[in-house]
Design a protein around this ligand. Structure first.
Ligand code: NAD
Length: 279
């Protein structure tokens, strides 16, 4: 019997690249899995894949920004699997409207008519708000809905998903950087707040994983690296992008008994990116 046998793990964004791998890893350790995703089809597809491998999983359509949708998902999880023991707040991401087109501003950019140029001054507040909402409010609301199940139940764990951006902002993506910094800070806040009720709260900070969200930023259509992709790899001492399985060991450790005295940490899983000064 693994220490995850019979535990219920709720994974928001569970239809996505990184979180579907996390869901499968927890299922292999005996946890019952609820895949919550905005896209019903992907949630159900991942749940079906887990069930085909002998796991116990359900897919639930859910918007992490809509409290009624979260409450309905919670009812379904309670009815079909039981109260939540592990919550992974995985839904998140960036938006082009919160992204500048260049790394730096130059004086001539202010009056330039270049197609596609988007400076800091052109950023759309709605785009910024979208990114803050998805990453921060989209972590806070599911925690409000599912953490109540965990109060006073030993072995409960919340895992948030931060990013390299939280340590030092990456160029071009101020909204995503700020929102993930907020996630790291919130992880510490929640860890302290929940410390008397038996819920540990920690975060993963993935480095650079080649996924659908960033494929066009990091690679060209022929598969070669973009300048940004090259810069990232040259700043990653281990010399490669992460693969979703690289998150598994740390995830299982943070959710399990081996980390019983660990709460409020944000762990980089980045091939050394955050340790390297660049020289
Ligand atoms: P992904 O796009 O493959 O998965 C995200 C999932 O979230 C999608 O299935 C999407 O449908 C779902 N989603 C989006 N909005 C939602 C909403 N409002 N309600 C419910 N579900 C919603 O992304 P990924 O690359 O697997 O990233 C997963 C997490 O890891 C995100 O928080 C991301 O910011 C973070 N992250 C990714 C990387 C990377 O290199 N890919 C690095 C650091 C952090």
């Amino acid at each position: 019997m693994s220490s995850f046998s019979g535990k219920v793990a709720v994974i928001t964004g569970g239809g996505g690249v990184l979180c579907s791998t996390m869901a499968k890893a927890l299922s292999e350790q005996g946890a019952k899995i609820a895949i919550l995703d905005l896209k019903a089809e992907t949630a159900e597809k991942v749940a079906a894949e887990i069930s085909e491998q002998g796991g116990n999983a359900i897919g639930v359509a859910c918007n992490v920004l809509d409290i009624d949708s979260l409450k309905a998902a919670h009812e379904k999880v309670l009815e079909l699997l039981g109260p939540c023991d592990i919550l992974i707040n995985g839904a998140g991401g960036n938006h082009p409207k919160g992204t500048t087109s260049k790394n730096h501003l130059f004086p001539e950019d202010l009056n330039a008519t270049e197609e596609g140029l988007k400076t800091f001054f052109d950023l759309d507040p709605e785009g910024i708000k979208f990114v803050f909402d998805l990453n921060f409010i989209g972590t806070l609301l599911p925690t409000q809905v599912f953490a109540k199940d965990m109060v006073g139940r030993e072995g409960s764990s919340i895992i948030n998903v931060s990013s390299m951006n939280a340590f030092r902002p990456l160029t071009k993506i101020p909204a995503y950087s700020g929102a993930k910094a907020a996630i790291s800070n919130f992880t510490q806040w929640l860890a302290v707040h929940f410390s008397k009720v038996g819920i540990r709260v920690n975060a993963l900070a993935p480095g650079f994983f080649l996924t659908e969200q960033n494929r066009t930023l990091l690679t060209n259509t022929d598969g070669s690296l973009t300048d940004r992709g090259n810069t990232i790899l040259s700043h990653t001492p281990m010399g490669r992008f992460g693969t979703p399985d690289d998150l598994t060991g740390t995830l299982l450790w943070l959710c399990g008994e081996g980390s019983a005295f660990v709460t409020g940490v944000v762990i980089p899983i980045d091939g050394g990116f955050s340790a390297f000064s660049g020289v």
